[in-house]
Design a protein around this ligand. Sequence first.
Ligand code: MRU
Length: 344
Amino acid sequence: MNIELMTVKWEDESVILIDQTKLPSKLEYVRCKRYEQIADCIKNMVVRGAPAIGVAAAFGLALAALKSKSKSKEELIKDLEVAYNTLRSTRPTAVNLFWALERIMKKAREGNDIESIKKNILDEALTMLKEDIDVNKMIGFNGSSLIDDGDTVLTHCNAGALATVAYGTALGVLRAVKEHGKKISVVATETRPVMQGSRLTAFELKHDGFDVSLAPDTAIGSLMARGMINKVIVGADRVLKSGHVFNKIGTYQIAVLAKMHNIPFYVAAPLSSFDLKSKPDEVIIEERKYDEVTSIGGRKLVPKGVRIFNPAFDMTPPELITAIITEKGIVKQPYDESIPRLFR
Ligand code: MRU
């Protein structure tokens, strides 16, 4: 893995993030020394993608602990709770954010004194960073058996190194397939309106020497009907016990089209993206700023006064999903039986 595409790093008591708003024209980094900066970076999508958001938020709490001037465990926990509330209100859909924040707060509460709490939090965040890469490689290894030599695989949004610490989930599977010597082609969707497909996935795959093409979101039905896609693989922001998958807006329509054309539709996600408690209608789908839709490159394209819908995610029901690939193995229907088994 090229170190350039390490999305989240810890260096000199700071968090270093690739600034994803600048890609593909510039590969620049942002240095965060305070948790408030991490919160802004998550909100503004400098860092995005469910696992990357989770690890960045964990380091946000580490920064809050390091900067805290508290004199007792109780004061430190109070400071951490303030940072926790700010970080958890940045984006509502990807469950990894909440998973990571809870995991760090649990570690903090277990500590006895200020110094050990600060150390434990940072150690835990560093463990999460390393685990993320290991887990992605396991997902890649497990999923690679599903992709054949000569396949053309469609992916949506960016579920790659840029959405994780490194390597990626859906793109991690494709990396593993390539590492096994199979020749594949990848089609990335543009992923309107934030263009994660053209700006990030096409950049990342080209950077790593993949045969990658780009297609408008609106072309996918036509490409499938013409036999140009063999398989689909996407990531997930949240997977429910029932197998409902929340992912980037547009995933659902791709899954419907895949079903229509008998094309396998795979989801790759770490266990940290699973939410075994929520029901489908309890998950909040983030509604983003309207100007993501009304302008392109700063140019207004929509008449004033037109109502805009800009949901950032959608829900794909289990009956459209061929299999879900995790670090613990591949699960299939019935998901309400196979998913809980992953956690036993
Ligand atoms: O709005 P984004 O760019 O954070 O959305 C990201 C996605 O929907 C990804 O597909 C998902 O987080 C999986 S990342 C491994």
